[in-house]
Design a protein around this ligand. Structure first.
Ligand code: ATP
Length: 356
């Protein structure tokens, strides 16, 4: 395979009383061997997009190609992809060996000795050889997830399609499995589409990240690209934790006037030319406490060990700052912050599109 191409893929649902556009003319090119993460808030159409790629949903419009082959009209079982879901969907009455080998038994002409050897290779790869004789209920969540992965890997599919595969694991195991899964995917070099609602997971895992909202694809890029050059305010707000601070500002020549006493004169006013108002964005980590800057009032300080989260108000706006651990203002204290113009985000007040 040389990647997966979606061309104006549209999926509509009729539910009697409602007409839902779950996927709204999505154009997306997933490169050969790439780990692409599809991310967005609940209901934005990630799962439906993945199900369209898998052939589990018919598209209402548009085409899907695997390499040069148009697969739009092929059924799921005719597309050579393996899916891994959030609920591992293991067969409870079968042991691990049988669970992993099941797909091969049904779909290939391999002998049982060949299947056994293949299953053992995959179990070794995933570190679950000692579990081959166990039933799913005897396994931990992490072990069950590895078996589900094993079942996908053993078939040597053209692509892996994964829907929130780690969301049932506790935070520590999830972080460990993230790294393992990434390493495994790079070793196997199989095109992978991975759905999550968790932007941190998306940033950590994806070669590229595709961000969706309201059925529409907003932006595709590396973690760095979507973080530093978001195409609109939605992407800027969705990516990054804690979220970016945003507020309205009026424009007077090169000067921005915001809530409280916020006033800033741009070195380069070209992005705001012709605008009376704009949306301003500043990331919590791009704000530093200084003696003489923009005044804000501290509401809460959360010590995190290696840094502090400082919550404050600037006029009516609530802001979050990530500051050095030695900075310890008390609630009610007025502090000043400054930022670099390079780190300032500016958005069109009407369209939300990035101005720079
Ligand atoms: P989540 O993260 O909550 O799983 P999602 O981004 O994966 O959300 P989808 O499950 O793709 O979102 O759903 C997109 C929209 O399509 C939602 O409004 C959902 O209610 C609707 N939808 C999904 N499947 C169906 C269906 N079979 N029938 C009707 N509406 C559906």
């Amino acid at each position: 395979m040389s990647g997966i191409t979606l061309q104006t893929v549209r999926k509509e649902f009729e539910t009697g009383e409602e007409h839902i556009v779950a996927v709204d003319d999505v154009d997306l090119e997933i490169r050969d061997g790439e780990f692409l993460v599809l991310v967005g808030p609940s209901g934005c159409g990630k799962t439906t997009t993945l199900r369209c790629i898998a052939g589990l949903e018919d598209v209402t419009d548009g085409t899907i190609a695997f390499g040069d082959d148009d697969v739009t009209d092929l059924r799921a079982r005719e597309r050579d992809v393996a899916m891994v879901f959030q609920n591992y969907a293991l067969y409870p009455h079968m042991n691990v060996r049988e669970n992993i080998g099941m797909g091969l038994k049904l779909s290939s002409s391999m002998t049982s000795a060949e299947i056994d050897a293949k299953v053992e290779d995959v179990a070794e790869l995933l570190g679950i050889e000692p579990l081959l004789a166990k039933k799913p209920k005897e396994l931990s969540g992490g072990q069950q997830q590895r078996v589900a992965l094993g079942r996908a890997i053993v078939r040597d599919p053209e692509a892996f399609l994964m829907d929130e595969p780690l969301s049932n694991l506790d935070a520590k195991l999830r972080a460990q499995m993230r790294t393992e899964l990434q390493t495994l995917q790079h070793d196997l070099d199989v095109t992978t589409v991975y759905v999550t609602h968790d932007q941190t997971e998306a940033m950590a895992m994806g070669d590229r990240i595709a961000i969706m909202d309201g059925g529409e694809l907003q932006q595709v890029g590396t973690a760095e690209e979507v973080y530093r050059t978001p195409v609109n305010e939605f992407v800027a707000d969705f990516i990054g934790s804690p979220s970016i601070n945003t507020f309205d500002a009026t424009v007077e020549g090169a000067t921005l006037h915001g809530p409280g006493g916020f006033e800033y004169t741009l070195d380069d006013p070209s992005p705001v030319e012709g605008h009376d108002t704009v949306r301003v964005g500043i990331r919590p980590e791009d704000m530093t406490l200084v003696d003489d800057g923009v005044a804000i009032e501290t509401t809460v300080l959360e010590p995190m060990g290696n840094e502090n989260f400082l919550y404050a108000t600037m006029g009516e706006e609530e802001l979050t700052l990530r500051v050095v651990p030695s900075a310890r203002p008390s609630p009610g204290d007025t502090v000043d912050f400054a930022f670099d113009e390079d780190s300032l985000y500016l958005f069109d007040a009407l369209t939300s599109e990035a101005l720079k």
